[in-house]
Design a protein around this ligand. Structure first.
Ligand code: SAM
Length: 250
């Protein structure tokens, strides 16, 4: 409650300070800076994104929305699944189609809308998505998931990945991954720890890391300091920032 009040005051002050005459539904503060000192995309990231964009144009994910609405599920995140640009779901689905991975890891299940966007893009018979959270999916009262979503292709693991020992227990799942989607708390601590843990892993497949909210103020240092080929694709994704990393061995 105090945090919301503080945010409202901060936004109002910024409106006055920068003479902004609009009040959108949701906004975050950021800093835009020159790219040449922060790292550029690899050819792999450019090609992957080009293909993903084409897939994104072909699939608006409306079918997920309508099938869930038939189950009586309807809320703002589900509504956003079709937004393009502005939300990350469609380009995430496009990246899955473009990469055609067998193993995907998601950090941050929440209502499961991003899980559904990933699952919809799965092409391989051997596909498997492992989604991590600290909260069981079926205790979120507006979850978009149903029990039938789970099986050989989809599982949820409950684990506090900020804890090094807990993360280590799951390291095989990460090492096998070809795509890792990170959408955690963005509290200025969690994602920083995660990147440190990733540096200690021995990845089998040079995974692509899909990072949400990279333009959020708490994420700016993290994104800037990653010393791997990377691509800020915010214009195709979440308005608060979407970034891809080519996690090649250094
Ligand atoms: C922004 S939500 C995920 C939204 C979802 N990916 C989507 O796009 O629809 C962030 C999630 O991260 C989870 N989370 C927070 N701290 C965590 C931790 N230490 N380990 C694992 N998950 C965590 C939260 O419980 C929350 O469900």
């Amino acid at each position: 409650m105090y945090k919301n009040f503080k945010l409202r005051v901060r936004n109002k002050l910024l409106n006055i300070l920068f003479d902004l005459h609009f009040q959108p539904r949701h906004w975050v503060h950021t800093v835009k800076y020159s790219l040449e000192d922060t790292g550029m995309p690899s050819q792999r990231l450019l090609d992957l994104t080009k293909k993903a964009y084409e897939f994104t144009m072909e699939n608006n994910l409306e079918s997920i929305k309508s099938s869930r609405m038939k189950e009586g599920i309807n809320h703002i995140e589900l509504e956003q699944i079709s937004f393009f640009p502005g939300a990350h779901y469609r380009i995430l689905n496009g990246i899955v189609r473009s990469l055609n991975p067998k193993r995907v890891v998601e950090i941050g299940t929440w209502t499961g809308v991003s899980s559904l966007a990933i699952l919809d893009g799965a092409l391989s018979e051997e596909f498997k998505l492992t989604t991590f959270d600290i909260v069981p999916w079926n205790t979120i009262n507006h979850t978009a998931l149903i029990q039938d979503d789970f099986g050989v292709h989809f599982e949820q693991k409950l684990a506090d990945l900020s804890n090094r020992e807990v993360f280590q227990e799951h390291k095989d799942v990460f090492q096998e991954a070809e795509l890792i989607f990170i959408d955690g708390p963005k509290d200025g601590i969690f994602e920083y720890k995660l990147v440190e843990y990733f540096k200690e892993l021995n990845f089998d497949n040079n995974p692509i890391i899909f990072f949400d909210d990279i333009n959020q103020i708490e994420m700016l240092n993290l994104w800037h300091d990653i010393e791997k080929p990377k691509f800020d694709i915010t214009s195709l994704g979440q308005f608060t920032g979407t970034g891809l990393i080519d996690w090649i061995k250094s």
